[in-house]
Design a protein around this ligand. Structure first.
Ligand code: GDD
Ligand code: MN
Length: 412
């Protein structure tokens, strides 16, 4: 990354180096910009008016993606009593990536993120900072908490925003109304060990989840109408959001993600089992022998797929893992057979429902199989720090962090 950093407080146009920004700022405001030349001057003035004299030493980082409308020049020309640093980025492009890079420059105890288009009222900044001082982990400038509101959101955008929030609900502490807000503040130290990825627009949600924020406070704001320029939140961003959500779910509920993969692998095994069965039978092989071969083949396939995709961070010696996996499968099979037979015996009047009884057996057997696969067959390398498995990580699946640094999806 070879971004150009300039400052409007030090001699204009001179390149300021990393972390030499201001004398001990308490608050670092990070503003991602793309074609916001029209609104930025007023925004900076309003920020100045909001923080100067309030005992909130502040620095501002304008993170610009080489906007063709000259946003960076405009920002540099604004003379305010708050130091403004302008970073002209060279990619990876995108809102979240810009914000993530801004965090690396920030020096304040708190970092605050807001949009440049005046949709987030700078006058609310002191209230956000106050809530941080009062012990919050994460403060949101919220449209949907009591007292907050949205100007000129069409029906579709409202529905969209509501749906997006609803999908994220299990990921966030209960009672948070506006996890999608792009106006938020958190302690810089809480970023230190967080496994943060810069994907798409919802960097606030990402941070809320990955910093495991517990004390979340919402400060009501009125999300203004855009005064100029256009929103960059298009269909592509919405699609990215769904991908982002999947990643967050897998991170937040690793066992559930594993279970989903385990079931998908199971479905592959079943397909192979049935296919091989049909082939062997039509080749004249006896039923019992055909059954044995296809079950064995399916189990072997499942073993390698699970080893590769479901538990990539838990690779131990193949042979012993395979033996233990057959144990897990056998246990699942016994539970499957036992439960369905027990149901069949217990409800003599309902024998017509035997497929349901079998389904109950299959579900229970799958759970048991998963449980033993996870805790017994693939229990190996999970807790060994520094082992190959442990480094691979569940979501990276063998990709080194630096190889993951692609546009729109990198680690902070
Ligand atoms: N550097 C950079 N690069 N900045 C970007 C980019 C980019 O690719 N895309 C957008 N921005 C900047 C904009 O210039 C603006 O300052 C801010 O990010 C938000 O972009 P908008 O295009 O105005 O987004 P929005 O108003 O539709 O969405 C906002 O509200 C949502 C809540 O409904 C954002 O704050 C979202 O994060 C938020 O979820
Ligand atoms: Mn906007």
């Amino acid at each position: 990354m070879k971004a150009t950093v300039t400052s409007s407080v030090a001699a204009t146009g001179r390149t300021a180096s990393h972390r030499t920004a201001s004398r001990s700022a308490q608050l670092s405001i990070v503003i991602p910009t793309y074609n916001e030349a029209q609104t930025l001057p007023l925004l900076l003035q309003r920020i100045e008016a909001a923080v100067v004299g309030k005992n909130i030493p502040t620095e501002i980082w304008v993170m610009d993606d080489r906007s063709p409308d000259g946003t960076a020049d405009v920002a540099r020309r604004c003379a305010t009593r708050v130091p403004v640093r302008v970073v002209e980025r060279d990619g990876p492009w995108g809102l979240a990536a810009a914000v993530a890079e801004g965090f690396r420059y920030a020096t304040g105890e708190f970092v605050l993120v807001m949009d440049a288009d005046l949709q987030h009222p700078p006058e609310a900044i002191p209230a956000l900072v106050r809530a941080m001082h009062e012990g919050a982990d994460f403060v949101i400038g919220s449209r949907y908490t009591q007292g907050g509101s949205v100007r000129r959101f069409g029906f579709l955008r409202k529905l969209n925003s509501w749906g997006a929030t609803w999908l994220a609900r299990p990921l966030i502490p209960p009672g948070v109304h506006d996890p999608m807000s792009g106006f938020f503040c958190l302690r810089r130290s809480s970023l230190e060990n967080a496994d943060i990825r810069a994907v798409g627009f919802k960097i606030g949600l990402e941070l809320l989840v990955k910093t495991r924020a517990q004390r979340v406070v919402e400060v009501p704001i009125t999300f203004g109408a855009r005064h100029a320029g256009v929103s960059k939140l298009g269909a592509r961003e919405q699609f990215r959001y769904l991908r982002h959500l999947l990643g967050l779910y897998a991170w937040r509920f690793p066992a559930a993600g594993q279970f989903a993969r385990f079931c998908a692998v199971g479905a592959c095994g079943m397909t192979l089992d049935l296919g091989l069965m049909a082939a062997l039978m039509s080749g004249g092989v006896q039923f019992a022998a055909a059954r044995a071969w296809s079950v064995l083949a399916a189990m072997t396939l499942n073993f390698f797929l699970n080893r590769r995709y479901t538990f990539p961070d838990r690779r131990g010696p193949v042979a012993s893992q395979f033996l233990r996996f057959t144990g897990a499968c056998a246990t699942g099979l016994v539970v499957n057979w036992g439960l369905s037979s027990a149901l069949y015996a217990a409800f003599p009047a309902r024998r017509g429902l035997y497929p349901l009884m079998c389904a109950a057996g299959i579900a229970a057997g799958t759970f048991i199989n998963f449980f033993f696969s996870r805790s017994y067959a693939f229990a190996d390398a999970a807790a060994r720090p520094g082992s190959k498995g442990a480094q691979d990580g569940a979501d990276g699946a063998g990709v080194k962090p630096d190889q993951r640094k692609r546009e729109g999806d990198q680690l902070i």
